[in-house]
Ligand binder design. Structure first.
Ligand SMILES: [Ca+2]
Ligand SMILES: [Ca+2]
Length: 235
């Protein structure tokens, strides 16, 4: 009798434990389903917002515009590029001694990831440049470019830096036919979403040929391991 009594108690305990686990499973399952659904949604959104690589630009893709000093020119919003690449408006002031250029961007985040993992070459990671057709031939040969830029650096760790960090270069580049060289640096400032370039013409004689009437274009480029993007004005 005693053994049988003990057996019944054990049996009841096992059955009750089973009921309890079953109840717990019933409570957990809906949560697991909800969590999975949330993850699926998140992944879907990421895929939908991913940018598509753009074709690499050729010489014939560039064209030029002119603008008067202090003329503010608006630019369409561009949902094909991140906000830090999207020019909202721009203006310039060029006199005998100075070149000022103002690029209003849709947004400038606090930090930019540089030397991104997975690029594995000396690609341009970021650039915000203005290219002047100083010899007036309608192509980039012999142009002069003012560029705030960052190349991927071999052997350097991935890092997050401010757009005004010293790792970005502020250079004026004098183009030849397929070559070029740095002729000057310039002062680069950021005021909210406005990028401000100031070049002193006295730094190099080539800069003297940039005047109020010199045609120019704007090119913003970004490379990461998955895609190459640009915003170009004019298109
Ligand atoms: Ca734009
Ligand atoms: Ca040219």
């Amino acid at each position: 009798m005693t053994k049988r009594y003990i057996f019944i108690i054990i049996l009841c305990f096992v059955v009750c434990t089973g009921c309890s686990e079953s109840k717990n499973n019933e409570n957990i399952k809906p949560d697991e389903v909800n969590i999975k659904t949330e993850i699926d949604k998140t992944e879907k959104v990421d895929v939908e917002t991913e940018y598509a690589t753009m074709k690499v630009l050729n010489k014939q893709d560039y064209s030029y515009i002119t603008s008067k000093n202090d003329e503010i020119i608006s630019n369409d919003l561009n949902d094909r590029v991140p906000d830090f690449m999207d020019v909202v408006s721009f203006r310039k002031v060029i006199d005998d001694e100075n070149i000022y250029f103002y690029l209003e961007m849709k947004d400038i985040p606090d930090t930019f990831v540089i030397n991104q993992e997975g690029i594995f070459s000396n690609l341009m990671e970021y650039c915000w440049r203005i290219n002047f057709d100083t010899n007036l031939d309608g192509i980039t040969e012999y142009d002069t470019t003012i560029s705030h830029e960052k190349f991927w650096e071999n052997g350097k760790d991935t890092a997050s830096v401010n757009i005004e960090d010293a790792t970005f270069n502020n250079i004026v580049w004098q183009h030849g036919v397929n070559t070029g060289y740095v002729i000057s640096e310039f002062t680069f400032d950021v005021d909210n979403h406005m990028l401000i370039y100031h070049v002193e013409k006295g730094n190099d004689d080539n800069l003297l040929s940039i005047t109020e009437d010199t045609p120019f274009h704007i090119l913003i480029e970004y490379n990461n391991k998955d895609y190459y993007l640009y915003e170009m004005i004019p298109k």
